[in-house]
Design a protein around this ligand. Structure first.
Ligand SMILES: [Zn+2]
Length: 694
C-alpha cells in the first residue's frame, strides 16, 4: 500500500558535523534507515532524491582548529572526505553529498536570511569581548571558575566537572581562551527568530501529523508545554555563513564579524545540496520541484537530538519564507549504546565506521544495525550479538538456503532452472506465501518500521529453508525427478525474490546473489540508474526466472565471523577506555600539584597471575597492597608470561574507579613504561607492599 498521494519524495539525513569521523551510532540514527527507505522507493520505481552533506561551520570546529593550531578549513578538509568515504563504503546511496562551506550554501542561506529578515527581531545585548584579539567571545571561548563547584576551568556554557549549565557572565574570574585576556562586556546586536509568535501555527502543523512516531511527538509536546522562546540567529564568531551586508545595512547594524548561527544554516544545507544536485544534472531549476511543488513529500531522517530543529524551527523557517513544502515525516530514532554503555566519542567508546570497514563487509553491519535500530527506544550494539546474527542468521539461514538451492540446480539440472510441471499443493503454497512478501515488507517500509521490514525479509529465507527441508529433494532426485525439479524451481524463485527484496538492507549481497542467479534486468536501487524499466519490487516474487534460464557462478554469500575476530574488536573497544597511552605520545597539558595529589599510588606485590580465556591482551593478577589484596586486569599478556609476573614489585594506581573487562572486575591499574618499540617495563618500587608512592 504505497502512499500514492505524493508524486515524488525528497529524503534527507542529518548533516554530519565535520569535526570527526562517523560512528555506527550516527549510522543507526539517521543514515541506514534513510538509505533503506530510498532504496525501497527506487526499487518501486518511485521518484526520490536523497541529499545530505557535511556540516562544516560552528564554534566546535573553531575550537578544534585552535587546539591543533590549524585553520577551521583544514579541520573540515580533513573530515569531509573521511565522512564521505565511510558513507560510500557502507553503501549509503545519496543522490548528492555536499558541504556547507560551498558557495551554493552561502547563497541559499543568505537568501533565506534576507527573505526572513522582516520576521526577525533585533536585540541589543551585552556580550563578553576579548580586547586583545578584538573579537566577541562565543560561550566556549570563555573559561574561569565555576560558580557552582569552584572548578577552575569551567567553560562559558558548561562546567565539565560538575555538569552545571552556565552562561559566560556567570563565570568567576573569566578569561579568554584566545589570549588569556580578561574579557569585558560590550554591546552588540543580534537577530532573533521570534519562535514564540509561531507557536500556534506550529501547533496546528504538528496536530495535522498524528501519524508521527510517539517519541517524536512526545518531545515536541514538551517544547510546546514550556512555550517556544525566541532564538538567536546570528553570532559574533569568525567561522560561518556571513550575515548578508545589505540586510545588516537596512537594520543599521555593522555586519562585520557576524555569521549565521549553525542551527539556522544547517537545515538549509538540504536545499543547497538539492540545488547542487540539480546543477550537476544539467537542470539547475529542478530542485524547486522537490522543495516547492505540493506534490513533493519531504522526509527528514535524524537522531533524537535533532527533533526540535526539524519539527519546529526549520518548518517555521520554511513557512516564513513561503513557497516551500514543510516536512511530512520526521522519523527520528533514539540512541544506540555500545556493549551496554552510552556511546562516547571523547572516551573512545565508539565503533568508527571507517575502522569497521577495514575489517568487515558493509552488509554485515547494515543487517545487524537494521535488526536492532533504536526505533522507539535506545538500543544496544554488542559484538557478540553481531557475531550471532551474522553466523546464525545471515550465514546459517539465508546463505545456507541459497547454497542448497544452487548446489542442487548445478548438480542435478546442469546449472539451469528446471521446469515447474504439475506443481504440488506444497509448491503452490510456497509460491503463494512468497507472492505476499513484497506488499508486506513494503508496508513496513512505508510505515518506517525498519526492524519489522528486516524480520519479514529474513522470513523469506526461513520459508525457503522450510520448504526445501519438507520437500527433501535429496530423496526425490532418485525417486521422482519431476518432483525434484519442482522443488529446485520453486527454491530458485524464492532466491530470486530474495535478491530483490533484501536489496534495501543488504545491497552488496543482493547484487552478488543476482550475479549467482544470472538474474539480470532488475531495477537498480542506486541513484541515477536511469532504469525504471527493469523488474521492480512488486514483480520480484512472481517467479521471474523462466525454465531453462542459465544460472551464474555459485559463491559463498556470507562468511562466518570467528571468535578471535570478535575478541579483537572487544579488546580494541575496551583498551580505548580510558584513552590508551601511545608510545612517545605528545606531552599532556600541565596539571597542578592538587591534580597530581588526587592519585593514590601504592607499592604492590603480585601474588598470582593467570591468563583470561579468549583474551590475548589481559592477565588477571592478584596484587598485595599491604592491608588488602586487589584483583587487577593488566594488558600485559603479549609482553609477559604469567609466571614472569608473580613476585614482582609494582606501583599501583589504587584509587582508580573499578571497571569491568571480559566480565571481570579490575580494581586498579599497574604503572608501566612503554618504549618507542612498544616494549613494556613494570614500574617497580623497593618498598614493602602498601607503601605510598609520592
Ligand atoms: Zn562546576
Amino acid at each position: 500500500m504505497p502512499d500514492t498521494s505524493f508524486q515524488r519524495t525528497l529524503v534527507t539525513s542529518a548533516l554530519p558535523y565535520a569535526n570527526g569521523p562517523v560512528h555506527i551510532g550516527h549510522l543507526a540514527g539517521a543514515y541506514l534507515p534513510a538509505d533503506m527507505y530510498v532504496r525501497y522507493l527506487r526499487l518501486q520505481g518511485r521518484d526520490v532524491v536523497y541529499v545530505c552533506g557535511s556540516d562544516e561551520y560552528g564554534v566546535a570546529i573553531v575550537m578544534q582548529a585552535m587546539q591543533e593550531k590549524i585553520t577551521p578549513q583544514e579541520v573540515v578538509d580533513r573530515y569531509h572526505p573521511l565522512i564521505q568515504d565511510s558513507f560510500k563504503g557502507v553503501g549509503i546511496s545519496f543522490d548528492n553529498y555536499s558541504r556547507t562551506t560551498r558557495k551554493v550554501h552561502t547563497d541559499t542561506s543568505q537568501d533565506f536570511f534576507r527573505r526572513l529578515s522582516s520576521e526577525f527581531v533585533l536585540r541589543r545585548e551585552e556580550h563578553l569581548y576579548d580586547p586583545e584579539a578584538k573579537v566577541f567571545l562565543a560561550d566556549r571561548f570563555v573559561h574561569g571558575d565555576c560558580p557552582a563547584c569552584d572548578h577552575d576551568d569551567a567553560y562559558g556554557d558548561q562546567c565539565e566537572k560538575c555538569g552545571a549549565s552556565l552562561s559566560p557572565t556567570e563565570i568567576k574570574n573569566p578569561r579568554s581562551t584566545l589570549t588569556d585576556a580578561v574579557p569585558e562586556l560590550r554591546p552588540t546586536t543580534h537577530w532573533y527568530l521570534p519562535l514564540g509568535e509561531w507557536q500556534s501555527r506550529l501547533e496546528a502543523y504538528i496536530a495535522s501529523h498524528p501519524e508521527w512516531k510517539p517519541n517524536v511527538l512526545g518531545q515536541i509536546g514538551a517544547w510546546f508545554t514550556d512555550g517556544l522562546r525566541d532564538r538567536a540567529i546570528t553570532r559574533d564568531v569568525p567561522w560561518g555563513v556571513p550575515v548578508p551586508r545589505e540586510a545588516a545595512d537596512v537594520a543599521g547594524v555593522e555586519s562585520e564579524g557576524k555569521v549565521i548561527y549553525v542551527w539556522f544554516d544547517a537545515p538549509i544545507g538540504y536545499i543547497s545540496s538539492t540545488r547542487e544536485w540539480a546543477e550537476r544534472k544539467g537542470d539547475p531549476e529542478r530542485w524547486k520541484l522537490y522543495w516547492q511543488d505540493e506534490g513533493s513529500r519531504l522526509i527528514h531522517f535524524i537522531g533524537k537530538d535533532n527533533i526540535v530543529f526539524h519539527t519546529l524551527m526549520f518548518p517555521a523557517m520554511l513557512m516564513a519564507y513561503g513557497e516551500y513544502v514543510v516536512p511530512d515525516q520526521v522519523p527520528a530514532n533514539e540512541f544506540l549504546n555500545i556493549e551496554g554503555s552510552k556511546l562516547s566519542t571523547s572516551r573512545g567508546w565508539a565503533v568508527w565506521l571507517h575502522e569497521y570497514l577495514e575489517e568487515f563487509p558493509p552488509d554485515l553491519l547494515r543487517y545487524v544495525l537494521a535488526s536492532t535500530l533504536p526505533e522507539s527506544k535506545d538500543s544496544d550494539f554488542n559484538w557478540n550479538d553481531f557475531q550471532t546474527r551474522v553466523n546464525s542468521e545471515l550465514a546459517d539461514i539465508l546463505g545456507n538456503f541459497i547454497n542448497r538451492a544452487l548446489t542442487f540446480a548445478e548438480r542435478e539440472f546442469d546449472g539451469k532452472v528446471p521446469p515447474l510441471s504439475d506443481p504440488s499443493e506444497a509448491d503452490e503454497a510456497a509460491l503463494a506465501e512468497l507472492a505476499a512478501y513484497p506488499e508486506q515488507i513494503g508496508a513496513a517500509y512505508e510505515r518506517f518500521r525498519f526492524r519489522e521490514a528486516v524480520r519479514l525479509t529474513m522470513n523469506i529465507a526461513r520459508l525457503g529453508n522450510k520448504y526445501f527441508n519438507d520437500q527433501a529433494p535429496w530423496i526425490s532426485r532418485k525417486t521422482d525427478r519431476f518432483r525434484c525439479a519442482n522443488t529446485v524451481h520453486v527454491s530458485l524463485q524464492i532466491a530470486a525474490a530474495m535478491s530483490v527484496l533484501m536489496d534495501p538492507v543488504l545491497p552488496f549481497s543482493a547484487e552478488k546473489l543476482r550475479g549467482m542467479l544470472g538474474f539480470e534486468g532488475v531495477r537498480s536501487s542506486l541513484p541515477d540508474s536511469g532504469d525504471s524499466e527493469g523488474l521492480g519490487w512488486l514483480e520480484a516474487a512472481s517467479s521471474p526466472l523462466s525454465a531453462g534460464h542459465v544460472l551464474g557462478r555459485k559463491e559463498i554469500l556470507f562468511h562466518k565471523v570467528t571468535d578471535d575476530t570478535i575478541q579483537t574488536q572487544i579488546e580494541k573497544l575496551e583498551s580505548s577506555e580510558p584513552a590508551a597511552a601511545s608510545p612517545y605520545a605528545e606531552a599532556k597539558p600541565t596539571i597542578t600539584y592538587d591534580d597530581f595529589a588526587k592519585m593514590d599510588l601504592r607499592t604492590g606485590r603480585i601474588l598470582s597471575a593467570e591468563p583470561i580465556p579468549k583474551s590475548k591482551k589481559l592477565l588477571k593478577l592478584q596484587v598485595d597492597l599491604g592491608d588488602e589484596t586487589r584483583q587487577i586486569l593488566a594488558g600485559v599478556a603479549e609482553h609477559f608470561a604469567p609466571e614472569e609476573m608473580v613476585g614482582r614489585s609494582v606501583v599501583v594506581v589504587a584509587n582508580l574507579a573499578a571497571r569491568r573487562m571480559m566480565g571481570l572486575e579490575s580494581q586498579g591499574m599497574l604503572l608501566m613504561a612503554e618504549d618507542r618499540d612498544g616494549a613494556l617495563t613494570l614500574v617497580a618500587s623497593e618498598s614493602e607492599p602498601g607503601s605510598v608512592v609520592c
